[in-house]
Design a protein around this ligand. Structure first.
Ligand SMILES: [Zn+2]
Length: 442
């Protein structure tokens, strides 16, 4: 019942056309790469025309670069545009939002990969396409929309315990949420019990958290292998080989990795043959070198994306800060979707509360992300579980914000945790060019 009635109903109540998008994507994935390129051209032209007409930032930019989106190959026009980075998004945000659409838009923010908070907008069209793309990849593994799914996740709004609306929604949508921010031996034992009894068809979460749960289960001789389970889907971080084999060995099902971000969208996902396919119908992915020039196929560089279905605030040639490469297709699965590989992306360490509970790094990242005057940050935890936070802040940062951080850290890691906060001029990037916002030795 959930699959056929409630889930589509839930979607239509939210005003989304997700299932129509899914039907579209189910067909297009089998088209040839050339045909998909044609679809990208059509959608890109529409996006560029819309951006020129409705966003003053793009209107001025196209004029300056002599780009006429109505003429010629839109992919050539795209190549003439500069890359869009977080600094531009931050300073020109107002001019990038489509005129007159604020009512239909959804506001979101993220720390991105660099720890610099960012606010942006997207519309229902993008939400529908991203959700449909996710459903499609789950169907690759025999997991249907509405099938029972357990999330090992941590989004601040989702974590109010005993939230009755959430429990009801969970029942209606066949979803269960377990907190990745609260993994102690006691809760992990409970989670594995729930996985056994809820009989999920899939598990979804951060690779680090799911691998930790599997290692805990294995070393404590706890078996959680519901026969209903078909796949484990991970996202949000780079999945390493050790994590993959820990999860596959414990649950005895395939692990598939998804790549995407809140601001970028649902960008790519692994198929059962192991290739990572770009969501080519919704996203144009480019790989560029340090100077912003495209690199030859197969070579690594920064992943740059253009989401073709976000009209509320077009992201055109957006620098993700992640490193990847485009590979030669086709894949043995027969899909025409471009094949890629994420070489380096987000990595997160675990934090440990004073009572020994393991916390996903996002539990503190969310605390810092809430504060507008925080530009960049890094959280360091030493072996004694002491925490040092380096913050690059705007002049508005003061005592109130300092206290807010202190309270947030104590709420997550325990009242007696030793916290120090230092205002710094800059935070050093790693050799990969990325900032790691949580480094823990605990
Ligand atoms: Zn494939």
């Amino acid at each position: 019942m959930v699959r056929h009635i409630l889930s589509p109903l839930h979607e239509s109540l939210l005003g989304r056309n997700t299932f129509a998008c899914l039907r579209e994507l189910e067909v297009s994935q089998w088209q040839s790469p050339e045909k998909l390129r044609g679809l990208q051209r059509t959608k890109l032209r529409r996006l560029l025309v819309l951006a020129a007409a409705n966003c003053s930032y793009y209107h001025d930019l196209f004029k300056q670069r002599a780009v006429d989106p109505q003429r010629g190959d839109p992919l050539d026009a795209l190549a003439r545009l500069p890359l869009l980075d977080k600094t531009i998004l931050r300073t020109r945000r107002r001019d990038m939002i489509r005129n007159g659409s604020p009512r239909a838009t959804i506001r979101s923010n993220t720390g991105g990969s660099t720890g610099e908070p960012l606010t942006f907008y997207f519309d229902r069209r993008r939400v529908a396409y991203d959700k449909a793309a996710r459903m499609r990849t789950h169907r690759w593994f025999g997991v249907e929309p509405g099938d029972r799914e357990i999330y090992l996740w941590g989004a601040p709004a989702e974590l109010k315990r005993q939230d009755r609306a959430r429990i009801l929604r969970d029942r209606l949508t066949n979803e269960m949420l377990l907190s990745a921010f609260n993994m102690s031996p006691r809760t992990m034992r409970e989670y594995l019990g729930r996985i056994e009894t809820f009989r999920p068809v899939s598990l979804f979460g951060y690779p680090s958290s799911i691998a930790l749960l599997c290692e805990f289960g294995r070393s404590n001789g706890i078996i959680a292998r519901p026969t209903s389970l078909k796949a484990v889907f991970v996202t949000g971080e780079v999945l390493d080989d050790r994590q993959r084999s820990a999860i596959e060995r414990y649950f005895g099902v395939p692990v598939a990795n998804g790549y995407g971000s809140r601001e970028g969208g649902f960008l790519a996902h692994q198929c059962p043959q192991g290739s990572t396919h770009v969501t080519s119908e919704n996203v144009i992915m480019e790989i560029v070198d340090d100077g912003g020039a495209p690199v030859p196929q197969g070579e690594s560089g920064e992943i740059v994306i253009t989401h073709l279905d976000n009209y509320a605030m077009p992201f055109i040639r957006y620098r993700t800060g992640d490193v990847g490469r485009l590979l030669n297709g086709p894949c043995a699965c027969g899909r025409g979707l471009q094949v890629m590989d994420v070489v380096a992306g987000r990595r997160t360490d675990f934090l440990v509360a004073t009572d020994g509970t393991v916390k996903h790094a996002l539990s503190l990242i969310y605390v810092l992300r809430e504060i507008d005057s925080v530009r960049q940050f890094q959280i360091l935890q030493d072996r004694n579980r002491d925490v040092r936070i380096d913050v690059v802040a705007t002049p508005e940062f003061g005592r109130i914000q300092h206290n807010q951080i202190d309270r947030g850290v104590r709420r997550q890691l325990g009242r007696d945790v030793r916290v120090s906060l230092a205002l710094v001029d800059r935070i050093e990037a790693l050799p990969s060019g990325k900032h790691r916002h949580v480094v823990s030795e605990a």
